[in-house]
Design a binder for this molecule. Structure first.
Ligand SMILES: Cc1ncc(COP(=O)(O)O)c(C=O)c1O
Length: 440
């Protein structure tokens, strides 16, 4: 048996010994819920731990174990668990009725709050999920341009809309400079008109437009591959998207659903760009279901156009709880906190690099705002191809070891911070990582 297999076996045994109640809960769930979970990312071997509650930066499981939570509901919790102002606002909303079925003033208040941070969100519409927001934003782009195709990038995750959930998982990297019709990387998807191009590759963007330039309605991208190594967009790549799209009469949709973690004004502030359409979600809602799409007024008027309005509906859209909790949460996340989390993130990054170096392994860190990604790789991870070459088997063993020592990090290698975290949490992570790596 090699070192990694020994590590996996040892950590697996330890995990099973620590989490008998989670194991029983997972087995029971599997009898009625397919695969035991309602969200694919939550299932990992041997089985996920079941949280009983969260407090600040910590999660507690059914067996009484405590975890530093570096997942934060897959980036949506910026203040960790049970943030007082957010919880108070949600409770107040609940006391006035669960759903009133009429518009509320908080809707415009949150819209305003977001527009102050992201000026390109001239007008917005709220949705329940980010996937819906993307779906509507694309319809707006199609209505405005009269074109059908969407250009996206390999490895880019934009939710579950059929045209976008392509070329993300179980995918191989495209050849440099290339673009081709999207291919479903999971079962049950129809052929779509989406085009997929290589991420971070201006030549691939130019290639896509040279082939389908008069058919592309919109280019959809995120400032980093959130699901794939946080591969961070280069300025050249972003500029090429805007140049090519606008010179060919297409629109640009910047998916800021995670990008709002990058900077106070979202990722577009960092890149100094003005997308035509923007989607937001995750941290805007205090942990409840809420997202939004918006942008230039003339584009968004597709929704209210007198001749052929684009209907938008949703029973649970813009719920009072989400709006009021969202307002409280976002107002408590000011520029100083953005900066503090960014420097704390550097601490996690440095600890990762140093602890792996102690055992002779090289890791690369991609970091963006309050998020970091650890890749066991000798080369900078600046493309999907590089990300796919990282040592995922070793990482998944290390990750299980971290769980056993009270650190909850994503299986894909991404960590995401929350405002209750301090330097002491960086030290805690460093100790845990050192202890896991001692075995190799
Ligand atoms: C960049 C990005 N876009 C869209 C989505 C979809 O959002 P939701 O899960 O709310 O449907 C996600 C979710 O992780 C995301 O990260």
């Amino acid at each position: 048996m090699n070192t990694i297999e020994t590590l996996v076996l040892g950590e697996r045994e330890r995990y099973i010994a620590r989490t008998p109640r989670s194991r029983a809960a997972f087995e029971a769930a599997g009898r009625t819920i397919v695969g035991g979970v309602s969200r694919g990312t939550m299932a990992y071997p041997p089985y996920p731990f079941y949280a009983s509650h969260g407090v600040g930066a910590r999660l507690h499981d059914l067996d009484g174990n405590e975890y530093l939570d570096l997942i934060n509901n897959y980036t949506s919790l910026i203040h960790g668990h049970g943030h007082k102002a957010t919880a108070d606002a949600a409770e107040a909303a609940l006391k006035t009725g669960q759903a009133l079925g009429t518009p509320s003033v908080e809707e415009a208040e949150l819209a305003n709050e977001l527009r102050c941070r992201i000026p390109t969100l001239e007008v917005i519409r709220f949705t329940t999920t980010g996937s819906e927001a993307l779906q509507y934003a694309i319809r707006v782009a199609r209505a405005f341009t009269g074109r059908k195709r969407v250009l996206k990038f390999e490895g880019g995750f934009h939710g579950s809309e059929a045209g976008l959930v392509q070329d993300i998982w179980n995918t191989t990297a495209l050849a440099p400079g290339s673009a081709r019709p999207a291919q479903p990387s999971s079962a049950g998807l129809d052929d779509v008109s989406t085009i997929t191009a290589v991420y971070n590759d201006p030549a691939a963007v130019a290639n896509a437009f040279s082939q389908w330039g008069d058919e592309i309605a919109v280019v959809v991208f995120e400032p980093f591959l959130g699901n794939n190594g946080l591969v961070t967009a280069t300025h050249d790549f972003v500029d090429s998207i805007f140049e090519q799209a606008h010179s060919h009469g297409a629109l640009v949709l910047l998916d800021e659903i995670q990008g709002l973690r990058a900077s106070y004004g979202a990722s577009q502030q960092i890149f100094g760009v003005k997308p035509d359409l923007v989607t937001v979600g995750k941290i805007i809602s205090g942990g409840f279901a809420l997202a939004g799409f918006g942008g230039r007024k003339e584009l968004m008027s597709a929704l209210t156009n007198a001749d052929a309005p684009m209907p938008q509906s949703g029973t649970f859209t813009a719920s009072q709880v989400a709006l009021q909790a969202g307002l409280a949460a976002i107002r408590a996340y000011d520029e100083a906190e953005y900066d503090r989390l960014k420097s704390l993130r550097d601490g996690f990054a440095q600890a990762s690099v140093e602890e792996f170096a102690r055992v002779g392994r090289t890791v690369q860190i991609n970091g963006f705002g309050s998020m970091f990604h650890v890749s066991i790789n000798h080369e900078p991870v600046n493309s999907l191809a590089r990300h796919l070459q990282s040592d995922h088997a070793l990482w998944s063993a290390v990750r299980l070891g971290l769980l056993n020592r009270g650190v909850n990090l994503m299986l894909r290698g991404t960590g995401c911070l929350s405002t209750p975290m301090t330097e002491a949490d960086v030290d805690f992570y460093r100790e845990a990582l050192r202890d896991v790596l001692a075995a190799i």
